[in-house]
Design a protein around this ligand. Structure first.
Ligand code: ATP
Ligand code: MG
Length: 459
């Protein structure tokens, strides 16, 4: 008996669901910690008290506990949003069950799930989105930097895309400008007065993403309320499905249906809502790889890639590097009230020989950082922080005894830089022969190959 009682107490105090039990006279006999949090009462205020005295406004019809006691019927998954005793806005989903022993009702138990946090998360995502859409200034193709033939071809395609409402798939490594180009397409299109709504498919769990995209109706799942999704919010405008390759495959099937049929259905609804939304999707990996490895549905890919825009990585269009340097220096001269005219040759060479795995974003960040430090008219190596100097100008000294480790640099990044430099040195020593280099480093050829790919080292 003692064991059972203790066990029950432990369970009651440690579960996430709020538990409130009343006896047949309507007095509270159990009120656990989670319930305290939900309703804002202390256990002492509730246990041993009559429910009707505590909540004078409640009666057998409005109180789920009293109603279960009276009718001997369970009430399941009742959604509630209310201000609790402490004035906090609470969203909960309650199930109330009569307790019947030997055919006699001896009490009722209410089990309450706290959905406040989930609802807040949901609200935040949808509101965040509104903010970012309102915040974004209009982008025009004039803001886009680059003059290499490869890149001009990309821009030509994007300009054509802005003249239509066809779906677009933008493919490019991280930081190549997928988002800015998507925004340009929208802002130069006939939809520019309507919303541009961006959603990052990788950032949200599957369960939430569907509701966020298509909306929900009350009661469709525990915690759901009537709410339009981003597709409805974007009506007449453009929706950007960022990192589509990270969208759960089941949801991709639903998206395909939307694309084909031109209407959406809120989660849990039976109605179809017609929508007119232009879709731009982005992916940072080659679609064929995504398809082969099962991350993207082939049929969705064909449906989306009516217009396929590939943005080449920066290392494949090195002519653009000096242009970016110049333009970003111009921008930060203005923004940071600097007066830089010139780039030192060391800086120039470093920028030209680097591989730019983070592409334009990485380049822009480095320039911004250095521009903050610069005094005078020449941008020099010393204006870059130590870890950037190591990366860009191979200023790295692999001497462990010289513990000049900059604790601002993540360890992984630091070790990667060290490894990359050792490999480069070994390659040089072995006259760029892969087998010899692998031997020298005493690692397998495949391992070396893998690392060469990882660091973007090519002949
Ligand atoms: N051609 C360009 N001209 C001007 N700015 C650019 C260009 N390409 C990229 N940028 C700038 O580089 C940064 C990264 O661009 P963006 O966010 O569009 O990249 P992304 O491809 O969406 O990256 P990710 O895959 O990581 O989301 C932004 O600050 C953007 O303004
Ligand atoms: Mg992006």
């Amino acid at each position: 008996m003692d064991f059972d009682k203790n066990l029950l107490d432990i369970i009651l105090e440690n579960i996430d669901e709020g538990i409130h039990v009343i006896n047949k006279e309507g007095y509270t006999v159990i009120y656990n910690k989670a319930m305290e949090e939900i309703e804002g009462f202390n256990k002492e205020e509730v246990v041993g008290k009559k429910l009707k005295e505590l909540f004078p406004s409640l009666n057998e019809n409005t109180s789920t506990l009293l109603s279960a006691l009276k009718t001997n019927k369970a009430i399941t998954d009742r959604y509630q949003t209310y201000l609790n005793k402490k004035g906090n806005n609470i969203t909960s989903v309650n199930t109330t069950v009569p307790i019947v022993i030997n055919n006699e009702i001896v009490g009722a138990v209410e089990i309450s799930k706290n959905f406040t946090k989930i609802r807040e998360l949901y609200d935040r995502i949808l509101n965040l989105n509104k903010d970012s859409v309102n915040d974004l200034t209009r982008k025009s193709f004039n803001d886009i930097i680059g003059a290499s033939p490869e890149f001009l071809h990309t821009i030509e395609l994007a300009k054509k895309a802005s003249k239509t409402s066809s779906t677009v798939l933008i493919i490019g490594e991280t930081g190549t400008g997928k988002e800015i180009i998507a925004k340009c397409i929208h802002d130069s299109s006939s939809r520019c007065e309507k919303p541009f709504v961006a959603v990052n498919c990788a950032a949200l769990p599957e369960g939430l993403l569907e509701g966020i995209l298509f909306g929900t109706v009350k009661g469709s799942f525990t915690g759901a309320i009537d709410r339009p999704g981003l597709f409805e919010q974007a009506n007449g405008g453009t929706i950007l499905l960022d990192e589509l390759n990270s969208m759960p495959i089941n949801l991709q099937a639903k998206l395909l249906r939307v694309l084909q049929e031109g209407y959406i259905r809120r989660v849990g609804d039976v109605r179809d809502i017609p929508i007119d939304v232009r879709i731009i999707a982005t992916t940072n990996e080659d679609p064929y790889t995504s398809i082969v490895e099962g991350r993207m549905r082939k049929d969705l890919y064909y449906r989306l890639s009516v217009i396929n825009i590939k943005i080449p990585p920066l290392r494949d269009r090195k002519e653009d590097i000096p242009i970016f340097m110049q333009e970003f220096i111009k921008r930060y001269n203005k923004e940071l009230l600097k007066d830089v005219w010139e780039i030192s040759s060391e800086v120039y060479d470093g920028f030209m020989s680097y591989d730019w795995p983070g592409n334009v974003r990485e380049l822009k960040n480095y320039i911004e950082g250095a521009m903050n430090m610069v005094i005078g008219h020449v941008l020099k190596m010393e204006h870059f922080p130590p870890h950037v100097q190591e990366i860009l100008f191979n200023k790295f000294k692999g001497d462990v005894h010289d513990l000049s480790y900059d604790f601002n640099v993540p360890l992984d990044e630091y070790l990667d830089t060290m490894e990359k430099n050792i490999i480069l040195k070994a390659l040089e020593k072995s006259e760029y022969n892969i087998s010899k280099t692998a031997n020298l480093l005493k690692i397998k050829r495949q391992t070396l190959q893998h690392k060469l790919n990882k660091y973007g080292i090519n002949k």
